[in-house]
Ligand binder design. Structure first.
Ligand SMILES: Nc1nc2c(ncn2[C@@H]2O[C@H](COP(=O)(O)OP(=O)(O)OP(=O)(O)O)[C@@H](O)[C@H]2O)c(=O)[nH]1
Length: 398
């Protein structure tokens, strides 16, 4: 309806009214003069009647003009009132929208086409620690949030993709550095937006602080990866790391060795001193082995009293020497456990398997080390046997 009213040409309308008025007035004057001349012969009387007729015409047309003007002015006044009401509502709606954005519990910011920040809500201030006065039109914010230049470049490429190529981002995660130096994980949804004339205003980004979730996931992964009794890697974690190390050793053609360490007659320790003391023995032995290995090595509990040490970039002679060092140190240092008045003597049997000395591929190192450890048990325990020893024994038996 508004569009129809604004499409009316006021000059044409006014000209139409003037023409209609002119034609009606001309016809009335011409017709009424002719009729009077037909009926009235006395010229004095005729002049008098023509004067009355003129006054009558002026009064009638004035009243008609008044009625028409009144009608149209009322319509215009109604229209103006409605427009005022609409603009008040729109203004209120704009303020409502701004307050929703400002008070939302999620980070909302708007970038203009030059990547300058133009909207930065309260949640953005709280999460990042930077106030809106500091970030508006300030390119330094990107360095503050992403201090690492390579990582910043990666994030800026994404921002450019959104602003220049119209990419839509869903659940894109970044790690920001907040003002107080904390690392926070934010999951972003972002896209650009336009005004009613199709001009790009910029991009809007909505960020969810998922730091707590990430930390919880990390903690869960850490718990799942470490054995609750000894704190060593679990069997599953160890197998995962073995896959990674064997792929690396194949790629770079580096040696890879594996030690299978099994406590000798551990059942006896449980039987002699209690299961609780047995636990303590496993804990102390694990701590000791952990202190023996290098930073790059991986040590895990394979099950029961069986521990595994994965030795990247270590060849067969070095691995055998290390296994022997471990065996001797366990034999030499007895353990002191709470509630047991005498030191507990312990020995271990160790199986050694190395790639490429014992096998063309590292895939079977677990099986080879296990067989070598079994041979050490058969050989009287408290000794080290290699995969080569168990292969030689297998050959001699067959
Ligand atoms: N205290 C304790 N004992 C465990 C745990 N897990 C397994 N064991 C015990 O460890 C013993 C392992 O026995 P085996 O490895 O079969 O035999 P062993 O007595 O060590 O003798 P060899 O290995 O042949 O030298 C079993 O008695 C299990 O009950 C544990 O977490 N804590």
């Amino acid at each position: 309806m508004d569009n129809q009213q604004t499409s009316i040409d006021p000059v044409r309308q006014a000209a139409k009214v003037a023409i209609v008025y002119g034609v009606v007035a001309f016809l009335w004057i011409a017709l009424s003069d002719w009729l009077l001349q037909q009926w009235v012969a006395d010229p004095e009387r005729l002049t008098q009647l023509q004067t009355f007729k003129g006054w009558g015409f002026v009064i009638v047309t004035s009243l008609a003009l008044f009625a028409i003007m009144l009608h149209f002015l009322r319509i215009t006044a109604r229209h103006v009132r409605r427009q005022d009401e609409q603009s008040r509502q729109l203004h209120g709606l704009g303020q409502f929208r701004e307050s929703i954005i400002d008070n939302a519990s999620i980070w909302i910011n708007v970038l203009d086409p030059q990547s300058r920040i133009t909207v930065w809500n309260k949640a953005a201030e709280q999460i990042s620690g930077y106030r809106r006065e500091e970030v508006f039109d300030n390119p330094a914010i990107w360095e503050w949030l992403y201090p690492d230049p390579d990582y910043r470049q990666e994030v800026m490429t994404k921002v450019t993709d959104i602003l220049e190529r119209g990419a839509e981002v869903k659940d894109f995660e970044t790690c920001i550095r907040s003002r107080d130096g904390q690392e926070k994980f934010i999951s972003w949804n972002s896209r650009r937006f336009f005004d009613e004339n199709g001009h790009m205003i910029g991009s809007i980004a909505i960020g969810l602080d998922i730091t707590e979730r990430r930390e919880m996931e990390r903690e869960l992964a850490r718990l799942a990866a470490s054995d609750s009794l000894t704190g060593l890697a679990t069997r599953r974690e160890l197998e995962k790391r073995f896959q990674e190390e064997s792929a690396r050793s194949l790629r770079y053609q580096n040696p890879l060795s594996l030690l299978m360490v099994d406590v000798d007659n551990f059942k006896q320790i449980n039987d002699d001193f209690s299961h609780h003391v047995g636990d303590e023995v496993l804990r102390q032995l694990s701590g000791r082995l952990q202190r023996t290995v290098r930073e790059v090595d991986h040590i895990g509990r394979y099950g029961g009293d069986e521990l595994v040490i994965l030795l990247p970039e270590m060849d067969a002679p070095e691995a055998s020497a290390m296994a022997e060092r471990i065996r001797r140190s366990v034999e030499a240092d007895s353990l002191q456990c709470d509630g047991v008045d005498k030191p507990i003597k312990l020995t271990v049997s160790i199986g050694v398997a190395s790639y490429p000395t014992h096998e063309q591929s590292p895939d079977n190192l677990f099986g080879l080390a296990d067989r070598a450890m079994y041979l050490a048990k058969q050989s009287g325990r408290n000794c080290v046997r290699t995969a080569a020893d168990s292969q030689a024994q297998g050959n001699s038996e067959s």
